[in-house]
Write a protein that binds this ligand. Structure first.
Ligand code: BTN
Length: 266
């Protein structure tokens, strides 16, 4: 697009980077994930697709992603990660850490398993929707979609969202420069993807950033299926280990729907 906004965003392109060599800024799109997927199909990986407004923004588990125009960051990047299939799950952890890095330039923040960014008091600052394309046994592509609440004040959020969300501006007590957060995000994604592809594991850093560990949780693993217990660890593939009281269960995908106080152990 060619609006005033658009040129400001496109100026943030990183000509030498693998992610963000080109920034495509739209006033309005259905979902940035769909546009990033189109670009990938046309041979363009690493383009940052940004939209001021999404008309069909989606979240994890079939939910919609609501974000008012011009206040937040909603973006996607299509990638062709050079990763062995058994390490593909670590991409979500690495990208969640990148989102945490970017938010941490403005306020203290943590991660909720698997890839929500939250404030220390548990308000959701943002989330990631990673859609993968598997070809046979191989990870062919990944579309990393990120939504961050930057300058959307809680007072303006609808009650159903305000109850569990917050924004960088609310946490900081002042408006936040979206361009600065975007710059930090794209750089962190690039650095973390390169480290992952070089064989480094993000798990130790993820554990240190993960507020879910040590807490009593209920995880929804599918329609009508829940696992309850104490979240004890994140395994080497990124799965959440839960001590249910009658053994340890590894959960590879799901939604933490309830979090209790951390259990204090001697
Ligand atoms: C979640 O927490 O459920 C994940 C939210 C991901 C939202 C982002 S906004 C940009 C990208 N485009 C989408 O349609 N969704 C992701």
């Amino acid at each position: 697009m060619t609006s005033e906004h658009g040129s400001a965003w496109t100026d943030l392109a990183r000509p030498d980077g693998r992610i963000g060599r080109r920034i495509e800024a739209h006033l309005r799109l259905g979902s940035t994930n769909d546009r990033a997927r189109e670009l990938l199909a046309g041979g363009e990986a690493g383009v940052v697709v940004l939209a001021e407004e999404q008309t069909a923004g989606r979240g994890r588990h079939g939910r919609s992603w609501v974000s008012p125009p011009g206040r937040n960051l909603t973006l996607s990047v299509g990638l062709r990660p050079r990763l062995a299939p058994e390490r593909a799950g670590l991409l979500a952890l690495a990208m969640a850490l990148a989102a945490r890095d970017a938010c941490a330039t403005a306020v203290p923040c943590l991660l909720k398993w698997p890839n929500d960014v939250e404030s220390p008091s548990g308000g959701k600052l943002g989330g990631l929707l990673i859609e993968t394309v598997i070809a046979g046994e191989r990870l062919d592509a990944a579309i990393v979609g990120i939504g961050l609440n930057v300058n959307w004040r809680r007072a303006e959020m609808p009650p159903g969202i305000r109850d569990r969300a917050t924004s960088l501006a609310d946490e900081a007590g002042h408006d936040i420069d979206r361009a600065g957060v975007l710059r930090a995000l794209v750089t962190a994604m690039d650095v973390r993807l390169e480290a992952l592809e070089a064989g480094a594991s993000p798990v130790d850093e993820y554990r240190a950033a993960c507020a879910t560990l040590g807490a009593e949780v209920v995880v929804e693993t599918g329609p009508g299926r829940r696992v309850a217990g104490r979240a004890t660890d994140v395994d080497e593939h990124g799965g959440l280990l839960i001590d249910t009281g009658s053994g340890t269960t590894s959960v590879t995908s799901g939604e933490v729907v309830r979090v209790g106080r951390p259990t204090v152990t001697a």
